[in-house]
Design a protein around this ligand. Structure first.
Ligand code: GLC
Length: 435
């Protein structure tokens, strides 16, 4: 199966609306013939989650999602079960990376599986999942919490003026560095130069062909002043900035700033490689802070925001995960109860204190207990607020694939920068035209 195949053959909007209307009529006929059953839903007709339902919930909820590298999903499910008394929650891991988790989730949603009540959804999936009618509308839940949430996290759950998930934790890339070996990174150019100076100074990042490579590339592209689409949505990736960043990354592999093994790394392998002590810098997410603190490197590493492109300003890419209720859940009230718990101001502090993940609740960042466990909380909030979203589109997976495949081709030496830039732009244009 192609990981980035859109969920259904997506037609243009007008045809799609007609198709949805036709499906609705067919479903109505079927309903009158069979006397029951649920009508298929597009985003337009999706059912809404009832905020009041959580209070009287009981039974079990199954939360499904990506590998729980930080322990936050299992930990939250356990804490919720203990605190609630009537609803029990468990977390089921379905996929090692975000791309793999998406494939697994899409299979379940297409098959109308009732296995999972809640999905932990990457911020980049909202438009696709909502446009397919796979999720409950959470507008009322989000509206009730909106005032205390970081605005960019709320935006990640929006599609066609409704909210399709509740923000659980947000994310921004950071640089971990070995204070005794290398300097705090001020620019990407300085980081790469320091990394090449000695064999133990190298830079570790996520360079495998998957979403993480798109993120690593865009972090540099955004800081260099480049973009994928402009404000009007035109494809503007064929630019000098894209060429500069691709050449820079590829030179970094040739001159030893980064080890070629990064071409096989997603987040966890990058973290484990860095834990060997053989490197100077690592790009990863905040959860790595707690894990690194439990290793012999605990006293020698420091954490810094992503650097700027020389002469430009620093900019990150907004990551994060939302809690989305499956349209096929058989315990929607239990799912609402879980969301109430996970997004509560109190649990949001635990998100930072127990898992060193970035809360979506802004007040958590200035809480003294949080600052004690996460001394970089203030910088993290600044990184989150400064991070830019990835392109928002129901065909985002194909747009991202066009980016990471072509970036990878340059890094692995199978395409020139020029070929890759042109292909990237063409493939993104084709992807956009398919919806
Ligand atoms: C992190 C981010 C997510 C991103 C992924 C890429 O999990 O939170 O948004 O897509 O990394 O690997």
């Amino acid at each position: 199966m192609d990981l980035n195949r859109p969920a259904l053959p997506l037609q243009n909007k007008a045809t799609k609306r007609k198709a949805l209307a036709a499906t609705a009529i067919a479903a109505a006929l079927l309903l009158s013939a069979c006397g029951g059953g649920a009508a298929p839903q597009g985003a337009e007709q999706a059912a809404a989650a009832d905020p009041a339902s959580g209070a009287n919930a009981s039974g079990a909820v199954n939360i499904c999602g990506v590998k729980d590298a930080s322990g936050i999903y299992k930990g939250t499910a356990e804490a919720f079960t203990k605190a609630n008394g009537k609803v029990t929650a468990k977390y089921t891991e379905i996929g090692a990376t975000t791309d793999e988790a998406r494939t697994q989730i899409v299979q379940r949603l297409e098959g109308k599986s009732t296995e999972c009540d809640l999905f932990v959804t990457d911020v980049i999936w909202t438009s696709e999942f909502a446009s397919q009618g796979w999720l409950l509308d959470q507008t009322k839940l989000v509206e009730a919490n909106k005032d205390r949430l970081i605005p960019s996290t709320v935006e990640t759950t929006k599609y066609q003026d409704k909210y399709w998930g509740s923000p659980f934790f947000t994310n921004a890339g950071l640089i971990y560095y070995q204070k005794d070996k290398v300097a705090k990174p001020e620019s990407w150019q300085q980081l790469y130069a320091e990394a090449a100076k000695a064999p133990g100074n190298g830079y570790v990042y996520q360079g495998k062909q998957y979403e993480g490579l798109t993120v690593n590339f865009l972090e540099m592209l955004y800081s260099a002043g480049g973009e994928v689409l402009n404000e009007q949505g035109d494809v503007t990736i064929d630019s000098k900035e894209t060429r500069d960043v691709l050449t820079f990354m590829s030179d970094g592999l040739k001159n030893g700033s980064a080890d070629r093994a990064v071409l096989t790394y997603n987040e966890d392998p990058a973290r484990l490689a860095y834990e060997s002590g053989d490197f100077g810098y690592q790009r990863n997410w905040p959860h790595v802070y707690r894990l690194l603190n439990a290793t012999p490197l605990a006293s020698s590493f420091a954490v810094a925001p992503l650097p700027a492109w020389e002469g430009g300003k620093a900019s990150g890419v907004l990551g994060g995960w939302n809690l989305a209720i499956s349209a096929h859940s058989t315990n929607q009230a239990g799912a609402v109860a879980f969301i109430d718990f996970a997004t509560s101001p109190d649990w949001q502090k635990h998100v930072a204190m127990d898992y060193s993940q970035a809360p979506v609740n802004e007040a958590a960042y200035s809480d003294p207990a949080v600052l004690q466990k996460m001394p970089f909380a203030t910088e993290l909030l600044a990184s989150v607020k400064g991070a830019k979203p990835r392109p928002i589109s129901p065909v985002y997976p194909q747009i991202s694939q066009a980016i990471y495949k072509n970036v990878y081709a340059v890094l692995s030496g199978t395409a020139s920068t020029e070929e890759a830039v042109q292909k990237m732009a063409e493939e993104i244009t084709t992807a956009k035209a398919s919806f």
